[in-house]
Every structure is written in C-alpha cells, then in structure tokens.
Design a binder for this molecule. Structure first.
Ligand code: SF4
Ligand code: SF4
Length: 421
C-alpha cells in the first residue's frame, strides 16, 4: 500500500546515554525514518458507538479471502482498517456502502472486528450528515412514505392474494386467534417473482391445513436492511408500528419467508420489548414434510444458495436442504462455497438498493459471480429461499448469458410445482 509522504518523518531518536571524552554526560542520536500516523480518521470511526471494534484489527488478513466483495473487487475489513489507519475518511469513501453485512469476515476474525455493527453505526452517522447514496435515499424515502422500499402503494400490499387460487385469511377479517401469523414482507407482497412464491406458500399452507392469517395492509416493512444500511430511525418507526399491530392479534408462531425479517424479529425486536416464537418458512415446513402431498417428480439437478441472514446470521443450514431432498426427483448438488462459507448474493445490508454505486467498484455483481458458480456445478436449477435472491439471480442469469442453462426457483415454487402435479 502506498504511504502518503507527509506521514513519513525524519527524526532524531535517542539511542544511548553516556559520557563523552570531555567527561560530560551526553546523549547519542540516530537519524531514523519514523512513520507517523495521523489517527484522526480511525478515531473518527472508533469513537462511534458500535464501531469500536474496527480498532481491534491487527492485520492478520484472514477476512480478505472470505469477503465476497473482495472476490470481485478490492475490499475487506483488513483493507478498510488499513486505509482508515493511513488517514482516509471512511465517511467519504465508497467502501462505507459496499459491505453487504454478510458476516463471513466475523466468522473467521480472531479479533472480533464486527462489520455487522461497524457498518450500520458509521452509516447512520453518514445518513444523518446527508451522505447516503441517492439510490439508497430513494429506498429510504419509499419506505417512509409507503411502508415498503419498492415505492408501491400501501393499500395494495395484499393484492397478491387474488392470484393464489386458495383463500388467504387476513387477521382483521378473521377476528380470532390463529396458530401462525404469516409476515409476508415487502418483496413477496409486491415484486412479481416474490408474489409467485407468496402465492405458492399460500397453496402449501392451504394443503397442510395450517391455521394462519396475514396482516394485509396493516403490515409494514421489517426494515432490517434499512437499519443495516444506516437508517435506524426508519427501522424504529416501523418496528413500533409492527409491534403495535402484532399486539392486536393472538398467535403462537410468527412465520416469514424473508430471512431479513426473521433476523429483525429474532434479534432486534426483543430490544424493543417484543419477543416472539419466529420461524423461517423452511423451518416451519421441514417438520411437516411427511404431510406435504407431493405428486409430481421433478427431474432437476438443483444447487442451493444459503441466504446470509438464514445461514450465518441465524444458523439454519439444514431445513432448506431437508425440503429440497424430500421433493421427488430432485438431485441436490452443493456449490464449493456453501453453508457457513456460503457466498453472498449482494442484496443484504442495503446492497439491494446499491447496485448502481457498487458497479463502479466491482468487476461483476456478487449475484453474477454466484450464478457462474451455480452453473459450474452442472445444476439446472438454482434454489433460493430469500425474496431478494430470486430477482437478483434471475437478472444475473441473463447478464452472464446463462439463459437456458439455469433457472432460479424459490424452494416454495419447487414444492408447489410438485404438489400441483
Ligand atoms: S480477520 Fe480481523 S484482525 Fe484479521 S485482518 Fe481481518 S479484521 Fe483484522
Ligand atoms: S460482512 Fe461480508 S461483505 Fe462485509 S466486509 Fe465482512 S465479509 Fe466483506
């Protein structure tokens, strides 16, 4: 790494005290090159509550080979620390926005340099200073105005149920306790491919006779990704509203198809006094496997992408695989980077809304790198179970020229396809 000239000083350094030939005490000096670090940029970061651990880094380098951004660019906590140590402000650097909070570095870091806390804490200050990238600001603005980052009308949040082909109970109309409160979340409620999976899950719940309800237009974004991208205020506002809405109804288990919402409910909502039994849909369905009425054999060779916020953040690797292996006809094959060392789709930590900024700093999108890995296994289906992934990977299949070689399916869609015969 280049060293800025002004950070190198020639200094006289005392090396020995003694008596010279005239009998006077004297001090011998040596001209040495001293590296003087201006630590103000590092101090600026480590003074922020939550970001202190960046100062722990001792440059061992273990984080660099596991950082998904470094695979397509020049990035890692080690590199960020070094730049900041050399006086470069993280607030002014695109580095602040490239981390997807995938947590792979924390998994290997011996000094517990915690990017999952550092990034949101520093980003929050940057957001308060008006330094958020424009595309991210737009997602924040949409969430504030409409309760979802896509900017879709709040009143249309439950419109997806029309195409489900089965009744989808809405809590405000049910007016009775249910076993399962299904938190649908924004992308399954609004994104065309998310809606496909939401409708599929409604059909699966119907087939399994699950006693459930959804919140419909009362539901607001869980905002976990907005929190990680630096908008804690927005997160708190929506958390307060969701907790109030949950409190109106009686249910045993909160089930969601979105690992980001799962993460918020499990780890963040308790900080606001709200604790629930919460499961990702794969965790809810895996114990019910024997009751799923599979009909058709699906002759697919399938590889599975572990979502960072289901796997590393919440320790669930087996439930999705149990579901895939139970679908008749499916042959499961693993990518080299899987489970705890799974690669990242690039959508977490606000990355979902930062592809424009990232483009200038990476050789290809993380989702494109992952699609190439999936293709290299010989799989014809890339299975996912996070609503961010379906659109990211489908775009990446097109942009990498792999149309016709690989299709992307939520596990819900594969179960639904087999059930429907
Ligand atoms: S693994 Fe931790 S201590 Fe080692 S270089 Fe990375 S951040 Fe620093
Ligand atoms: S959290 Fe993931 S993307 Fe961020 S620095 Fe660590 S390994 Fe890289």
């Amino acid at each position: 790494m280049d060293v800025e000239p002004e950070r190198i000083r020639e200094k006289k350094v005392a090396i020995q005290d003694g008596v010279d030939i005239s009998g006077h005490w004297n001090r011998m000096f040596e001209q040495r090159v001293i590296w003087e670090y201006d630590t103000s940029a590092l101090d600026e970061v480590t003074a922020i509550e939550g970001a202190e651990s960046l100062g722990n880094c001792y440059q061992c380098g273990k984080c660099t080979p596991v950082c998904p951004v470094d695979h397509v660019g020049d990035y890692s906590p080690r590199k960020i620390f070094r730049k900041v140590q050399m006086g470069s402000s993280l607030f002014e650097s695109p580095d602040l926005w490239l981390c997807t909070t995938c947590m792979n570095c924390l998994r290997v870091c011996p000094k517990e340099v915690n990017m999952i806390k550092i990034m949101p804490a520093v980003r929050e200050q940057a957001v308060l200073q008006g330094k958020a990238p424009t595309e991210l600001s737009q997602a924040f603005e949409n969430t504030f105005r409409y309760g979802n980052p896509l900017g879709e009308p709040a009143r249309k949040r439950a419109d997806w149920v029309k195409g489900a082909g089965v009744p989808v109970p809405i809590m405000a109309q049910l007016r009775r306790p249910v076993d399962v409160l299904w938190f649908v979340e924004c992308y399954p409620a609004y994104h065309p491919r998310g809606k496909d999976a939401a409708r599929g899950l409604a059909r699966i719940f119907h087939a399994l006779d699950v006693d459930y309800g959804i919140l419909g237009i009362e539901e607001k974004c869980s905002c976990d990704s907005q929190r990680l991208a630096g908008e804690k205020g927005l997160f708190e506002m929506h958390t307060e509203q969701n907790i109030k809405t949950f409190g109106k109804y009686q249910f045993n288990t909160l089930v969601t198809a979105d690992p980001h919402a799962l993460n918020a409910f499990k780890h963040e909502y308790p900080k606001y006094g709200a604790e629930y039994t919460v499961l990702h849909y794969t965790q809810f369905l895996a114990p019910l496997l024997g009751r799923i009425p599979f009909k058709k054999s699906l002759p697919y060779r399938v590889t599975f992408h572990d979502p960072c916020y289901l796997g590393r953040h919440n320790g669930e690797y087996e439930a999705p695989r149990r579901l895939l292996e139970a679908i008749p006809g499916i042959e499961l094959t693993e990518m080299a980077r899987c489970k705890a060392n799974g690669y990242c789709c690039g959508g977490g930590g606000g990355g979902m809304w930062l592809d424009g900024l990232s483009k200038g700093h990476v050789s290809e999108r993380l989702s494109e790198r992952r699609v190439r890995e999936a293709v290299s296994t010989g799989a014809d289906v890339l299975a996912v179970c996070c609503p961010y992934e379906i659109s990211r990977f489908e775009d990446a299949v097109k942009s990498t020229g792999n149309e016709g070689k690989l299709i992307v399916r939520d596990i819900i869609e594969l179960i639904d396809e087999s059930m429907r015969g």
